[in-house]
Ligand binder design. Structure first.
Ligand SMILES: [Zn+2]
Length: 221
C-alpha cells in the first residue's frame, strides 16, 4: 500500500508529481507533490504512523507559497515529513504528537487551489528536497515491537532484553552478561554508540527517536 493511500481514503490522483501546466498561472511548472481527492468522499487526512507536528500555518490564504492552510507532520520511523496543503481545517498544532490513524486535517481549497483537494508534499526529515509521494510504501507494522516506556540505566525487563537483542544484532556489544534484561553500564554505552551512529541525541535513553531508529513503534502515553 502506498503512503498516500493511507493519508486519504480511496484516493484519486488529480495531478501527479512532475511538470504540468499550472491550473491558475497556465504556465509550465514543476508540481512538487500529488493532488488527491477521495472517491470515498472522506475529506479527512490520516496519520500514517507515530509522529509529531513540525509546522502549522493557518489564516494565510494569500500566502506566497499558495499552500493556504497547511500542516507538516514528521514520521521518524519512515524518516519522512508530509505536507498537507489547501486544508479547510487543521486539527493539530506544532509539537502535537500523532498516532497512526489520527485525523491530521480536513480537505479544503485554501491558497492557490481551483477546488477542494489535498496537495501532498514529501521530504526526508530536515531535507528541502521534494520526493514523489507516489513512490513510497507503508511499512509493515506486524511484528514491530511497541515500546511503552523510556528505557534507561537501571531499567529491568523484557523490553530491555528486546533492546539488548537489537543492539547485538547491529554489532554493538552489551557486555558479558548478554541478553539478561538489565540496563547496566554496557547497555548504556552501546545505546549511546548506536544513537551517535544514527545522528540522534546520544543521551543513552531509549525514547521515541531511538525506538523509531530501531524500527519500533513508540506507544508511551
Ligand atoms: Zn498540488
Amino acid at each position: 500500500m502506498k503512503i498516500y493511500e493511507y493519508v486519504i481514503k480511496k484516493p484519486s490522483i488529480t495531478s501527479p508529481y512532475g511538470y504540468r501546466i499550472h491550473p491558475i498561472s497556465k504556465t509550465k511548472k514543476f508540481h512538487y507533490g500529488l493532488d488527491l481527492v477521495s472517491k470515498a468522499g472522506d475529506k479527512n487526512f490520516y496519520a500514517i504512523d507515530d509522529g509529531y507536528v513540525q509546522k502549522v500555518v493557518t489564516g494565510q490564504d494569500k500566502s506566497t507559497t499558495g499552500y493556504g492552510n497547511y500542516i507538516w507532520v514528521r514520521y521518524p520511523r519512515y524518516d519522512l515529513s508530509l505536507l498537507h496543503a489547501h486544508c479547510s481545517k487543521v486539527f493539530l498544532k506544532k509539537g502535537d504528537k500523532v498516532k497512526k490513524d489520527d485525523k491530521v486535517a480536513y480537505m479544503g481549497a485554501t491558497g492557490a487551489a481551483t477546488g477542494p483537494h489535498l496537495h501532498l508534499g514529501m521530504t526526508r526529515i530536515g531535507s528541502n528536497t521534494w520526493l514523489n509521494p507516489a513512490n513510497y510504501d507503508m511499512l509493515d507494522d506486524s511484528g514491530k515491537y511497541n515500546l511503552t516506556r523510556l528505557l534507561k540505566k537501571g531499567c529491568k525487563g523484557n523490553d530491555v532484553r528486546e533492546l539488548q537483542r537489537e543492539l547485538i544484532k547491529r554489532g554493538y556489544s552489551v557486555g558479558k552478561c548478554g541478553v539478561d534484561g538489565i540496563f547496566g553500564k554496557d547497555v548504556l554505552s552501546a545505546t549511546k554508540k548506536f544513537q551517535k551512529d544514527q545522528h540522534i541525541a546520544s543521551d543513552g535513553v531509549v525514547g521515541v527517536n531511538t525506538a523509531h531508529k530501531l524500527g519500533w513503534l513508540y506507544k508511551n502515553k
